[in-house]
Structures are given as structure tokens and as C-alpha cells.
Design a protein around this ligand. Structure first.
Ligand code: SAM
Length: 212
């Protein structure tokens, strides 16, 4: 995502009632943030939050947390959030590298990764959100029978992910290289901002679901 600096966004995010500013303080206590024990699902690298906001609107019995490292896009999600009368969506501005410091073992019900940055240079492979290093972090926070769902139009990143996930000791439960023409995997699909953009250009969308 190419980002323009949005002046004042960092401060506005920190002051928002929808941002959790010191997420490590809530490790093991996210039910207190939401005021209930409903399952918690997170999207890592949510950009402007179109996908996770739609999920929160559609599923009031599930709690959602959107995680994004760049203020300039997160601020757009917060602006939209302020217009909504829902109580099941919060945001964290952070680099997901330290995600295991913020959630306790088994505290997360599901993890969504959508159109994650490809980091094309080999020496940056560990930064890819589907690298085995990141799956080792997800292993620490995702409940035992929880799943990671990943969508991308980037075939190289998808191939890399299909290799790395088993290397991290996880299983690929199912996958498709053409989500929008896969009746079963596409059922109930909520499109992300990038998914709309790239599928409009004719790019097939890859999706995989992983568990361990
Ligand atoms: N998920 C959205 C979608 O599908 O429309 C946005 C996709 S955009 C290409 C990827 C986003 O992931 C960017 O906003 C980027 O800042 C964020 N991101 C990448 N690595 C991250 C990390 N380690 N921690 C948090 N956010 C990250």
C-alpha cells in the first residue's frame, strides 16, 4: 500500500476511543476490553479496514480487532468506525512482529491475512506475514482448533506461503487459486479493498486456510 503521510493521524489514532494504545497491557484480558466473552478474531495488516468493519457489522456475536502498522491508513478505518453504532470492533496501531506480546495463548479465535505485503526481496522473507516466523507467532496466540485465512492475488507470495506454512508445522486445510470461481470457498466471501481493486483488473484471487 503506497502511503501518503496524513498529518495529525498518529495523534488522532492515539486519542480515539476505538484504539487500544498499549495492547500488551491487555494480554489475556481482551474480554475486559469488549465487556464480554465472545470469540475474538483479528485481521493483521487491515489497511483502511473495509473487510474487518464489514465482518463486525455482519457478526455482532464476534469481537474483532484490526491491526495495522501505518497511521495514514488506520485513521481512515477509525473515521468510518466513529459513524457506526457497534461495540465489537477495536484497532491497534502496531507492527505485528510483537503480536505474541499482546494476546495470551489461545486468546484469538481466528486470524485473517488479506493481500499482505509481498516483500519480494529474499532477504526480507521473514517480514512476510505468511513466513514460518510469523506462523510461529500465530501458534502462540491462536486457539488450538483455530484457523488462519489468507487471501492474495500475488502468485509468488501464495506459492511461498504454501511452502512455509507446513514448514512451520501447520496444515493447509484447503486452498484455491481462483476464489471467485470456487463456489465452496467463495461462499460468504467478504471482499477487501485490495481484492476489489485487483479482481476488477481481472487478477484471480488465491485463498488458503491453515490450521495445526
Ligand atoms: N488488508 C487490506 C486489503 O486487503 O485491502 C490492506 C492490504 S495492504 C497491501 C497491506 C497492509 O498491511 C498495509 O496497510 C501494511 O501497512 C500492513 N502491514 C504489513 N505488514 C504489517 C505488519 N508487520 N504489521 C501490521 N501491519 C502490517
Amino acid at each position: 500500500m503506497r502511503l501518503r503521510n496524513v498529518p495529525g493521524s498518529r495523534e488522532a489514532i492515539a486519542e480515539s476511543e476505538f484504539t487500544i494504545n498499549e495492547p500488551q497491557n491487555y494480554k489475556g484480558k481482551w474480554n475486559e476490553v469488549f465487556g464480554n466473552d465472545k470469540p475474538i478474531r483479528i485481521e493483521i495488516g487491515m489497511g483502511k479496514g473495509k473487510f474487518i468493519t464489514q465482518l463486525a457489522l455482519d457478526n455482532p456475536d464476534i469481537n474483532y480487532i484490526g491491526i495495522e502498522k501505518f497511521s495514514s491508513v488506520l485513521i481512515r478505518a477509525i473515521e468510518k468506525r466513529t459513524e457506526l453504532d457497534i461495540d465489537n470492533l477495536f484497532f491497534i496501531r502496531m507492527d505485528a512482529e510483537t503480536i505474541a506480546d499482546c494476546f495470551a495463548e489461545g486468546e484469538v479465535d481466528k486470524i485473517y491475512l488479506n493481500f499482505s505485503d509481498p516483500w519480494p526481496k529474499d532477504r526480507h522473507a521473514k517480514r512476510r506475514l505468511t513466513s514460518k516466523e510469523f506462523f510461529a507467532r500465530y501458534d502462540k496466540i491462536l486457539k488450538k482448533d483455530g484457523v488462519v485465512e489468507f487471501k492474495t492475488d500475488n502468485n509468488l507470495l501464495f506459492d511461498f506461503s504454501l511452502e512455509q506454512i507446513p514448514m512451520a508445522g501447520w496444515n493447509i486445510v484447503e486452498f484455491t487459486r481462483d476464489l471467485h470461481n470456487d463456489e465452496k470457498m467463495n461462499a460468504g466471501n467478504v471482499m477487501t479493498e485490495y481484492e476489489e481493486r485487483f479482481s476488477a483488473k481481472g487478477n484471480p484471487i488465491n485463498k488458503l486456510i491453515a490450521n495445526r
